[in-house]
Write a protein that binds this ligand. Structure first.
Ligand code: SF4
Ligand code: MG
Length: 288
């Protein structure tokens, strides 16, 4: 297989029209345009429709446990920080079950990308309300409408220490690919939250819904270096009752990565180091 051939034989097990198709195509296009060969990328995922993605790209991949895409990704990064590491998952997987990992990984600023297929519903389990379901949305578990305030991943990422925070709409392929490229090229933790229409179970947040409401921050004079401006934009959709929904880069900053701050990784990746003469008996004795 060519190291630039991202195609696999397995056919995606997604409903026709699902926004997931655009996401996998955007990741593939971004990796190809950045010239990153298949063997230098690892994609980890949790559980959900979105988390099948590692099967559909010719990179290395690991489909793990529900909500655990990020701890697996950080372990891969620490073992070999020279690899390009991408974690993927859904809104339920990442912002519900894996929320604790999401919050703490951003403080560490690993150099990895987290792509969240945010369809405001649990798709694989056939349509329950998720952490990002809008107020009042009727689902199988909320027949009278959601009463909880939705989780705000953009505001959480900006205030939580992520150094690249973006949102895209899967119906705009060119923009989605461009944001993926910027996120992968960024040094530090990058979140790309993707509005990904679940055409089967979410009849509210459709392609039409986002096409009418989304506008690009890059055309609005937004200052991506200002944390206050970024937070204001992060709440705009909620504050306008979803009439105006910004997409694009909300916030970008430079900070040393977790890997930069580990003296053990200065010269070589962990996997390149000779551990055969390592004596851990004194550390072991301390624990007894
Ligand atoms: Fe996509 Fe929804 Fe079908 Fe899952 S259930 S594959 S998210 S359309
Ligand atoms: Mg979901």
């Amino acid at each position: 297989m060519e190291l630039t051939d991202f195609n696999v034989k397995e056919r995606p097990q997604w409903c026709p029209g699902c926004g997931n198709f655009a996401i996998v195509a955007a990741i593939k296009g971004a990796l190809q345009e950045l010239g990153i060969p298949t063997h230098q990328t690892v994609i980890s995922s949790g559980i959900g429709c979105s988390s099948k993605l590692p099967h559909y790209l010719g990179t290395y991949g690991f489909e793990g446990l529900h909500g655990r895409a990020l701890p697996v990704a950080s372990g891969i990064k620490l073992a070999n920080h020279k690899l390009n590491v991408i974690a993927v998952g859904g809104d339920g997987d990442g912002y519900g079950i894996g929320a604790g990992h999401f919050v703490h990984i951003m403080r560490r600023n690993y150099d990895l990308v987290y792509i969240v297929h945010d369809n405001q519903i649990y798709g694989l389990t056939t349509g329950q309300a998720s952490p990002t379901s809008q107020l009042g949305m009727k689902t199988r578990t909320t027949p009278y409408g959601v009463v909880e305030v939705p989780f705000n991943p953009i505001a959480t990422a900006i205030s939580g220490g992520a150094t690249f925070v973006a949102r895209v709409f899967a119906g705009d392929m060119a923009h989605t690919k461009e944001m993926m490229k910027q996120a992968i090229a960024h040094r530090g933790f990058a979140l790309v939250d993707v509005f990904q229409p679940c055409v089967t179970f979410n009849k509210l947040n459709t392609y039409d819904y986002f096409t009418k409401r989304c506008y690009k921050l890059q055309n609005s004079g937004h200052d991506t270096a200002s944390i206050n401006a970024a937070l204001e934009k992060a709440f705009e959709a909620f504050n306008t009752n979803y009439e105006k929904i910004p997409i694009g880069v909300f916030y970008k900053a430079e900070r040393p990565t977790y890997e930069d701050l580990q003296p053990q990784l200065k010269e070589k990746a962990l996997v390149e180091q000779d551990l055969s003469n390592l004596d851990i008996s004194s550390a072991y004795a301390d624990m007894m």
